[in-house]
Every structure is written in structure tokens, then in C-alpha cells.
Design a protein around this ligand. Structure first.
Ligand code: URA
Length: 232
């Protein structure tokens, strides 16, 4: 592929940024300075920017702290999507793993690895998802037990057992679920007469949102996160 495409796909910058870097002589291929972005490089080549190796990876994995107001889709005619937040659309084929509602914030994995996404979303894999929720009023032991038993939400949804941790004040909770049905948490609370007024996903399996990642920001998974998640 073209050198400029290679670099922008690997997150070194937008196409025009990497073209500039190439023209400025900051890029080497197999030890030789290359100043033409249209030069063809193999995925196995040793491409360096400012002396730092940028290896080609077939799959990319981003952890996003999704803000409210964007939808979990790849593209949409009217709404802003989570992919619109990824700089310069560095990579084709990216998609969010599972959906968070438009008004939900928090952890969202974005990748082009369909096989991993399939595993993470498979109900058989029982990947825990932990959410923080603020409700329109307090909940207590009754709700905790109902959720623990597996609540019948409506004709189309009987929730699998979920862990409800009641915080202080008691209209704030942490809830752990193992499935991801449409509006699942909002529907579970609605079934016990409560409305979710704020929802944030804190973790999914071994991945957790961290304080260093502001709302709306994203970063590559670390090596540790990646090796933990591919074991799922
Ligand atoms: N449950 C919901 O109701 N909404 C989300 O965004 C995620 C889980």
C-alpha cells in the first residue's frame, strides 16, 4: 500500500499530516529516507517516523469514553456517530462493539476485529458489563433481590441475574449485567418503577474506563488490555 496510507491507518496522523511528515524527511522505510508518500510499502516493511518504528497491525482497538449525544453506529445521515469522533477516519472497517444509547456515556470498544467483537457480544461468553446509574429515586433490598433472581422485565425480556450495588445516596447504583439487550438497564429499572436519569458504562470484561480518559476521548488499548481481551 501507499506509504501515506500505511502511516495514517496506523494512527500516525491524518493523510495530509503524514504527507507533510514524509516530505519533511521524517520517515524511513527499511532504513532509507523516503520523501514520496505514494511509494509502495509492504506491511512487513520497517517504517519509522522520527526514528520510531510504526509496525503495521491488521487490527486496531480503541477504547473510547463515549459522550452523550452521539450514536453507536458507523455512519448516519442525521446524527453524529462515535466514529465521527475518531480523528481523520484513520482506518476503514471500524465499528463499535455493541451499542450504548445516545444519552449513555462511558466505555466503548471500537475495532475492525469482527471475530473478537462477536465473541465479546456472544451471550454464551457472559462478559460482565458494569454500569453506574443515577435514578429518579432510591432503590433498596427489594430491587437488589429482584435483580439477583433474574427479573421478568416484559413479554420480550427476562433479564439474567444482575448484581445491584446500592451506593450512597440510594438513588445511585452500580449494576453488573451479562447481556446487552436493547435499553436493558433502563427497562430493568422501569420494571421496578424507577427511571434512569444518567447512565455510564464503567467496564466491559477486563476493560475499564480510566480517569485519564476524558469524556469524548479515545486511545489505543494497552498491551495488557489487549492480551486480556483476546482471551475472552
Ligand atoms: N442499558 C441501557 O438501557 N442503555 C445503554 O446504553 C446500555 C445498557
Amino acid at each position: 500500500m501507499r506509504l501515506d496510507k500505511y502511516l495514517s491507518e496506523m494512527g500516525a496522523g491524518t493523510r495530509s499530516e503524514v504527507k507533510k511528515a514524509i516530505r519533511a524527511g521524517r520517515v524511513t522505510v527499511d532504513g532509507e529516507k523516503v520523501k514520496d508518500g505514494s511509494v509502495h510499502v509492504e506491511k512487513e516493511a520497517e517504517v519509522c517516523l522520527d526514528g520510531k518504528r510504526i509496525a503495521y497491525e491488521n487490527f486496531v482497538y480503541y477504547l473510547m469514553n463515549k459522550p452523550a449525544g452521539v450514536i453507536s453506529a458507523t455512519d448516519d445521515a442525521r446524527e453524529r456517530t462515535v466514529l465521527d469522533l475518531i480523528d481523520g477516519q484513520q482506518r476503514k472497517g471500524l465499528f463499535p462493539v455493541g451499542r450504548l444509547d445516545k444519552d449513555t456515556e462511558g466505555l466503548l470498544l471500537i475495532t475492525n476485529d469482527g471475530e473478537l467483537a462477536h465473541r465479546l457480544l456472544s451471550p454464551k461468553k457472559h462478559v460482565d458489563k458494569v454500569y453506574y446509574a443515577r435514578l429518579d429515586g432510591p432503590v433498596g433490598e427489594t430491587e437488589r433481590k429482584l435483580f439477583a433472581e433474574g427479573l421478568r422485565v416484559d413479554e420480550s425480556l427476562t433479564a439474567m441475574p444482575a448484581v445491584l450495588e446500592i451506593l450512597e445516596p440510594a438513588n445511585e447504583v452500580k449494576i453488573t449485567i451479562r447481556e446487552g439487550k436493547y435499553h436493558q438497564i433502563k427497562r430493568m429499572f422501569a420494571a421496578v418503577g424507577r427511571e434512569v436519569v444518567y447512565l455510564q458504562r464503567l467496564s466491559m470484561g477486563p476493560l475499564s474506563i480510566d480517569a485519564g480518559l476524558p469524556i469524548g476521548a479515545y486511545r489505543r488499548l494497552t498491551e495488557e488490555e489487549l492480551s486480556a481481551i483476546i482471551k475472552v
